[in-house]
Design a protein around this ligand. Structure first.
Ligand SMILES: [Zn+2]
Length: 135
């Protein structure tokens, strides 16, 4: 790939949001919905931009970021729960999160999401290992 081709591909990947993470704490947009990338412009986050206008959009009204944050955290939790079930998790997902959060006093929505991600990752890993054994 020539240099301009590589640059073009890189720009395309930025536009497609391949950089985004479901967990807002790990996402380059930090849950704000838009990421100011090194190429010097904003890119829309495919997971966290719903209802958030472009940061340079001066005509847009104010956005309730507290409500936005709670909504994207709820969505992230559901995504990880679905991932865990897909990977073979059986039972009460919320109870599993609560059990693993036992040492945490008043876990925040973000901590619930972090735990949900961890449990999903654990099950996905076990499933992948099992699939390798079958092959
Ligand atoms: Zn994001």
């Amino acid at each position: 790939m020539g240099q301009s081709m590589a640059a073009k591909q890189q720009f395309l990947d930025l536009t497609r949001g391949l950089w985004a993470e479901v967990n807002p704490a790990k996402c380059p947009c930090k849950g704000q919905g838009w990421w100011f990338a090194w190429v010097g412009r904003y890119f829309r986050c495919p997971y966290h931009s719903q209802g958030v206008p472009h940061p340079d959009d001066t005509d847009a009204g104010p956005v309730d970021m507290v409500t936005h944050r709670l909504r994207i955290l709820r969505e992230a939790y559901r995504t990880f729960r679905a991932e865990a079930h897909k990977a073979g998790f059986l039972g009460d997902f919320k109870a599993a999160c609560r059990r693993d959060l036992q040492g945490v006093v008043n876990p925040s929505p973000q901590q619930w999401v972090d735990m949900a991600e961890e449990i999903a990752a654990r099950h996905t890993e076990v499933r992948q290992r099992r699939l390798k054994l079958v092959r």
